[in-house]
Structure formats: structure tokens, C-alpha cells
Write a protein that binds this ligand. Structure first.
Ligand code: C5P
Length: 321
């Protein structure tokens, strides 16, 4: 990655953060506070955003973004990464107001249900914690992350995890094996609050029944690393709502199954569709076929999971490639 011709100070911090897919997203009824109680199984997958944090002496927080879909994103106080830096400074900088230049290179699909925005916020917490020498342990960053969004905490840890509550109460799961994924992005995004609202509408008219229970056997299968066992248990309770809002997704899911996927589901609140393959070579074939044949697909990405959480490096060498 290039961040221009400016000399990079020794203090620069770089964080690489993965995307996520929900292997299960079991959604209960709407709560008084508007959120929904979940039982979700997160898996971190090998699509990455990269965040570089550079010190600023004028106390400002300045954000620049490049890469996939970044031109559609605001770089002001409405951006989750900006808010992450501000929140960390307010809570942990002890009356000082250190500044930061944040440069984000996006590869995770935007508004796609893969938590790119939450991942950028998680990476910003880690980068500024290091840049500003705050020394907060990861569990403290996770509590701050939960204030920013339901998925931020998970993106600080990676791997596989069970998420309860809004998704922020995490229990890491040991995962063996490696799942081979194909992700198909869509030409337009879907707003997460809108998909949850559609879920509520469908529940009100009896089209779906909210239920956030996940059986222990299902959790064990999902974390087994065995593609057949995982395929039998993949579940997304938001899928019907996402498909009502974006009917073409049904065609994309079908196209993946016809092209040999073991299972197909909408990723999180969508519209990215996730396809589980039996092995790496079937996943490569599936990716080619989807790219050639599925008319509603914007782009096709290969990935595997689980992958570890964010990696943090310091110094200029990181940026010389
Ligand atoms: O927590 P986050 O900001 O990512 O959530 C975005 C929106 O998704 C919330 O405003 C809410 O409408 C919906 N949501 C929900 N229940 C959850 C998580 C998210 O209703 N457990």
C-alpha cells in the first residue's frame, strides 16, 4: 500500500483488520431500546482493511479513505473510525488531546454485512491506543468498541466467537480446520437498521417468528471446521428481510447453489452473499462461475476463515512495499 511520498515517522502505526461473516445469526424480538437480542456465531475471514495512524501535533483527528467504495464514505465525525478515535481520546487520554492522521485503505465490501465500518473502528482503537501510548488492555478497548457498534468488539479479537446480547458479549470458540468461502457483492448496499426494521415488520405480520436460541449442538457443528457439518447449520434470520428489500439476492443465492456451493446465505444484514465450498479448488471454480454467470453480482471475492484478529505493527518499514 502507498500512503504518498510523505516521509513516514517511526511512530506510525499500521493495523490490518479482517472482515466477518455470521455463521449463525439468530434474532430475537425487538427490545425496548430498539435493539434485538442475538445469538450469533462470528467468523473472521481473510478480507482486510488497513489503517495507518500517524501523529499530528495540532490536536486534530483527520481521516482519509481510499480503496473499495471509499468515495461514498464521509470522513467527518459521522464516520465510525473518526468516532472511535474521539471516544478513545475522551475516555483515556487523561486531559491531553493528541491528534492523529488516519488513513484507511478499504478492501472489505461497503454496507455489505461484513462489518467493514466496525472493523475500521476496531483498528482505529488499536492504532490510537498504541500511537498515543495509552496502554489500554484489549478488554477495555472492547468495552469502548461496544459503545460504537455491536460488531466492533468481535473485530478486536477475530477467530470464531459466540456473540450474545447485541452481539457484543463474546465467548471465543476454538475452531479447527479452515472454511473456504466465496463472497458475492451487490451493486448497491443495504442499511442494517432498515433490514432490522423489515425483520420487525415481517414478525408483526406473522411472516417470521423471532427466536434467538442457538442449540449447543449447532454451535459445536459451526465451530467444527468440517464444511459439511457447518453447511448443515448455517443460519441467518435476517436473510428473509434482506431478500424482501432486495429480491435479486434470491437469484444470487440460487446461482451459487447451482454452481456447486455446499450452502449459501446472506452475510449479516446483507447484501453480500456468502457461499461455503467443500474445499479450496471448488471455491475457486465457484468464484469463476459466479463471476461469469450471476447477473446481479457486482464482484466476487475468495476468502477463508477463521483468521486471527487485527495485527498491529509500528514503524516506517511496514509501508515500504
Ligand atoms: O450496533 P450497530 O450500530 O452496529 O447497529 C446498527 C443498527 O442495527 C442498530 O441501530 C439497530 O437498528 C440494528 N441492530 C439491532 N439489534 C442488534 C444489532 C443491531 O436492532 N443486536
Amino acid at each position: 500500500m502507498s500512503i504518498g511520498t510523505t516521509a513516514i515517522p517511526d511512530a506510525a502505526v499500521s493495523v490490518t483488520v479482517p472482515a466477518k461473516v455470521n455463521l449463525a445469526l439468530c434474532v430475537g424480538a425487538r427490545r425496548e431500546d430498539g435493539y434485538h437480542d442475538l445469538a450469533t456465531v462470528f467468523q473472521a475471514v481473510s478480507l482486510f482493511d488497513e489503517i495507518v495512524a500517524l501523529p499530528r501535533s495540532d490536536g486534530q483527528i483527520v481521516l482519509q479513505m481510499s480503496g473499495e467504495g471509499s468515495e461514498e464514505l464521509a470522513c467527518d465525525h459521522t464516520n465510525l473510525a473518526y468516532r472511535a478515535a474521539l471516544l478513545l481520546r475522551e475516555r483515556a487520554a487523561g486531559g491531553r488531546a493528541p491528534g492523529v492522521d488516519l488513513r484507511i485503505v478499504k478492501q472489505i465490501p461497503m454496507a455489505g454485512g461484513m462489518a467493514g465500518g466496525s472493523g475500521d473502528a476496531a483498528a482505529t482503537l488499536l492504532a490510537c491506543n498504541r500511537l498515543w501510548d495509552l496502554g489500554l488492555p484489549i478488554d477495555d478497548l472492547s468495552r469502548l468498541g461496544a459503545e460504537l457498534g455491536s460488531d466492533v468488539s468481535f473485530l478486536l479479537y477475530g477467530g470464531n466467537a459466540l456473540g450474545l446480547g447485541r452481539g457484543e458479549r463474546l465467548t471465543p470458540q476454538t475452531a479447527t480446520g479452515r472454511l473456504e468461502w466465496v463472497f458475492a457483492t451487490a451493486p448497491r448496499g443495504l442499511s442494517t437498521p432498515l433490514v432490522y426494521r423489515q425483520f420487525d415488520d415481517m414478525a408483526a405480520r406473522g411472516a417470521i417468528r423471532p427466536n434467538n436460541e442457538l442449540a449447543a449442538e449447532a454451535l459445536a457443528d459451526l465451530c467444527s471446521g468440517d464444511p459439511e457439518r457447518v453447511a448443515g447449520r448455517l443460519r441467518n434470520d435476517l436473510q428473509a428481510a434482506a431478500v424482501e428489500l432486495y429480491p435479486q439476492l434470491a437469484m444470487t443465492l440460487d446461482a451459487g447453489l447451482r454452481a456447486g456451493a455446499l450452502a449459501a446465505l446472506v452475510s449479516g444484514s446483507g447484501p453480500t452473499c456468502a457461499f461455503l465450498a467443500a474445499d479450496a479448488s471448488s471455491a475457486d471454480d465457484l468464484a469463476d462461475e459466479l463471476f461469469d454467470k450471476a447477473s446481479e453480482v457486482q464482484d466476487v471475492r475468495r476468502a477463508y476463515g477463521p483468521v486471527a484478529g487485527p495485527s498491529v505493527t509500528t514503524g516506517p518499514d511496514r509501508f515500504s512495499r
